[in-house]
Design a protein around this ligand. Structure first.
Ligand code: FES
Length: 110
């Protein structure tokens, strides 16, 4: 069991427990973190956009070309932006911190 931290819009931090093999999207949904994930991990939306703590970004495997293409559609893209459905957690990522963007291209609410 590892931990990660979500920083919600507005700055509230929420620590949650994770299991190896889970994606950030799965962890977020279990913990009630408001990440939409409209395509449920099929890499067909960008509503699972998270901003990885720059100090930890180098610990992640690089994004695939498909992930980069989808990230180009995300609002508020940063140099450490990733798709939460594509980051598979492991013990090596214990303590990972990601922020939710201030807004997303929210397919369910538009
Ligand atoms: S949930 Fe749609 S790309 Fe991640």
């Amino acid at each position: 069991m590892s931990k990660m931290t979500f920083i919600l819009p507005g700055g509230t931090r929420k620590d949650v427990e994770t299991k190896s093999g889970e994606t950030i999207l799965v962890v977020a949904h279990r913990a009630g973190i408001p990440i939409e994930g409209a395509c449920e991990g099929a890499m067909a939306c960008s509503t699972c956009h998270v901003i990885v703590d720059p100090a930890m970004y180098g610990r992640l495997p690089p994004p695939s070309a498909d992930e980069e293409d989808m990230l180009d559609l995300a609002f508020g893209l940063t140099r450490t932006s990733r798709l939460g459905c594509q980051i598979v957690l492991s013990d090596a990522l214990d303590g990972l911190t990601v922020a939710l963007p201030e807004s997303t291209r929210n397919l369910l609410r538009e």
